[in-house]
Ligand binder design. Sequence first.
Ligand SMILES: [Zn+2]
Length: 247
Amino acid sequence: MKTAGLVSLSLFNVTALAAFFTYVNHKGQAVSEPTVRPDPLTRNSPSEAVLETDGTKDSYSLTALDLPQLRGDFDRCLATLENLDIEYEVLGDQRRRSCSLTQQVSLTSGQIDYAVPFQATCTMIAAIALWEEQAVQQSAREYLGEEIARIHHYGSFSCRPIRRDPSNMSAHASGSALDVSAFETVSGRMIAVYGNWDRQDSVGQFLHAIRDRSCEIFPGVLGPDYNYDHRNHFHLEYTSRRHRVCD
Ligand SMILES: [Zn+2]
């Protein structure tokens, strides 16, 4: 357990202390104390964000530029999730079959509901939370004139190699990917990737806008344009891949 330094009463320590007392999870339960780390180079660090907002979590501004800094720093990632309007359970490290999973979080409810809860790395969950607003809802408002209420998916974790590259494990094997299959609007319209991708109307534009905006958040995005295996879903992955993929 780390505590915020209280030796001198500098502005940062006052900030950190305030952040500590604000650190209650979405369900209202007290959680283990956060690691508040001063990092003047980081915009919107969790501790700053708490004080900069007007008290509502919706106004917390996570950006895609923040995501790489969350990989490898579980404490910092969890502190970031605390400031998002989502419900989740911390799972930590797990071993399932021959796959080692690290920094796992189960997402119970995002800003948008999921037909089935799923688990993924903490960074992936943070990326998904950002994606919901910046890719899904923005595109829905723009092209459908309404928002998305529920997201359907084929799952995240799967302890398996890449289907067409059996010598390498899939991003799903580390819980770093989610396969999104359909979007259900507030009024009940169901928009599946399958069968709608090639449409020339607003529905097709909506799906293409999501794919394009997903690429601004995730290093790996594969959809129907990539290959036949992805004809019915968007594969979104947050891994440390050297070359970004957006197809
Ligand atoms: Zn996938």
